[in-house]
Design a protein around this ligand. Structure first.
Ligand SMILES: [Zn+2]
Length: 452
């Protein structure tokens, strides 16, 4: 048990039963003090370069480490939201994308934060972040924020954000089929050598578009053909092992469309080639290395292509396919998050049947207090404390602050409710019980599943 977490919470000794009147403060304090190990983000170490103007590092226009006010305000959630206010008939999409990022940010700030009340969760997130950084969220322009970030050193700023967010470790998503990212790994073998970060091998094209992935593998020196011959399978496995080694990846991940089926439906977007790659290359490689395979299921890409990254939507996925995978591949471990609200109950039900399945987080359009409350409550009721309640999915470093701040509030409120119900049965709950449970939820369950 962490003494940092348990010491000096007034009026409570570790083994004494907690009174109902103490529960609220105690649960909120323990959750605030427990560092979170963030199991899925899109954040990068400074060695991946940063396009953000700053005090010390060279500005790299294609750099992957995103942070600061321009990035926060032009996050794709807010691009989608500004088009609710200023329609494309006024600012055509192509015109918006041609603007420099500073102009995009000014446009979004004016229309979502100044001329309208920033009610949405994505807007509130920017406000929380700004305030927790010690800035005034009532500014009419971005000038003062720009000056604040321009004076930062990116490497030091990571420490500051992790401290404010109380995050102990950041898990990256390392897309090997992204040429920009791949070049950086090849140019600098130590690009991810930063004790604050861990790598994850992300391989979507292998499942979502095998012919395209195979053409790239061939270009990179692997003897793959678009036909799934035994040589091709062996070469895909060699490719996976090379990159898992290069990245010291702690798991392997894909995002899948709602029409993903196992076994494959020939008409769906993953199809037979994807099924064969999954069965013969990805899952055996993960099993051999004892690495979990993470599936994020339910994203429909580019429903509104003109909005680019902001144009994706969600769809109902097939839970029976997930159950078949868990049953037929008992040597594999699966981290799973699903995007449709309607899949959440059945995901909990399936997780009761398969200990090689770990549900995690409240993804994307579900990352709103009302839905996090509903999902977290449901997960406690069906799974006890054996799940991972949240990941940040942050693409902009500063988002760690609000994502963890907002989620901690919701998780604490739901956990308090669970403890009150237990007290009503006559079973006592101690301070030590709460510390143990919170440690599992924000840190331990993730580590234990990796170690299984
Ligand atoms: Zn993500």
């Amino acid at each position: 048990m962490s003494t940092a977490v348990s010491k000096d919470i007034k009026g409570s000794t570790l083994e004494a039963p907690v009174k109902p009147a103490q529960l609220h403060d105690l649960v909120h304090k323990i959750i605030a003090r427990q560092p979170a190990l963030d199991m899925h983000t899109h954040l990068y170490t400074p060695a991946f370069g940063t396009p953000v103007h700053n005090r010390t590092a060279k500005v790299d226009p294609d750099g992957l480490m995103l942070w600061g006010i321009e990035e926060l305000v032009t996050y794709h959630y807010l691009v989608a939201e500004v088009y609710r206010v200023v329609p494309a008939s006024v600012v055509p999409y192509e015109q918006f994308w041609r603007w420099p990022k500073s102009r995009q940010a000014d446009h979004i700030w004016k229309h979502l934060f100044v001329e309208n009340t920033p009610v949405s969760e994505a807007c509130r997130g920017v406000l929380t972040t700004i305030t927790r950084l010690g800035l005034d969220p009532n500014e009419k322009t971005l000038d003062n924020y720009r000056a604040f970030f321009a004076a930062m050193d990116p490497d030091e700023y990571i420490d500051k954000v992790m401290q404010l967010a109380n995050v102990s470790g950041i898990t990256m998503t390392n897309a090997v089929f992204d040429d920009n990212e791949r070049r950086r790994w090849l140019a600098n073998p130590r690009v991810a050598a930063d004790s604050r970060f861990r790598a994850v091998l992300r391989i979507d094209p292998l499942l979502r578009n095998f012919p395209q992935a195979a053409a790239k593998l061939t270009e990179w020196g692997y003897a793959t053909e678009s036909e799934l011959t035994p040589t091709t399978i062996d070469e895909v496995r060699r490719f996976l092992n090379d990159w898992l080694d290069r990245q010291s990846a702690i798991y392997c991940a894909v995002s899948l469309p709602p029409d993903f089926r196992y076994p494959a439906n020939p008409a769906d977007s993953v199809g037979q080639a994807g099924q064969t790659i999954l069965e013969k290359a990805i899952l055996p490689t993960c099993a051999q290395r004892k690495l979990p395979f993470a599936m994020m299921i339910g994203s429909n890409l580019r429903t509104q292509p003109a909005l680019r990254d902001a144009g994706d939507t969600s769809g109902l996925a097939d839970i029976a396919s997930l159950a078949r995978l868990c049953r037929e591949f008992p040597e594999n471990k699966f981290f799973v998050t699903m995007l449709a609200r309607e899949n959440q109950h059945e995901l909990c039900v399936i997780a009761r049947k398969f200990s090689n399945l770990m549900p995690f987080g409240c993804w994307w359009f579900l990352n709103n207090p009302s839905l996090i409350t509903e999902m977290t409550r449901m997960r406690f009721e069906l799974l006890g404390t054996t799940f991972i309640p949240q990941h940040s999915d942050a693409r902009i470093l500063d988002q760690l602050i609000y994502k963890w701040d907002h989620s901690r509030q919701v998780i604490a409120a739901v956990l308090e409710e669970m403890y009150l119900r237990i007290l009503q049965t006559g079973r006592t709950v101690t301070h030590a019980d709460i510390v143990r449970d919170v440690e599992k939820l924000l840190d331990g369950n993730f580590k234990a599943f990796l170690a299984q």
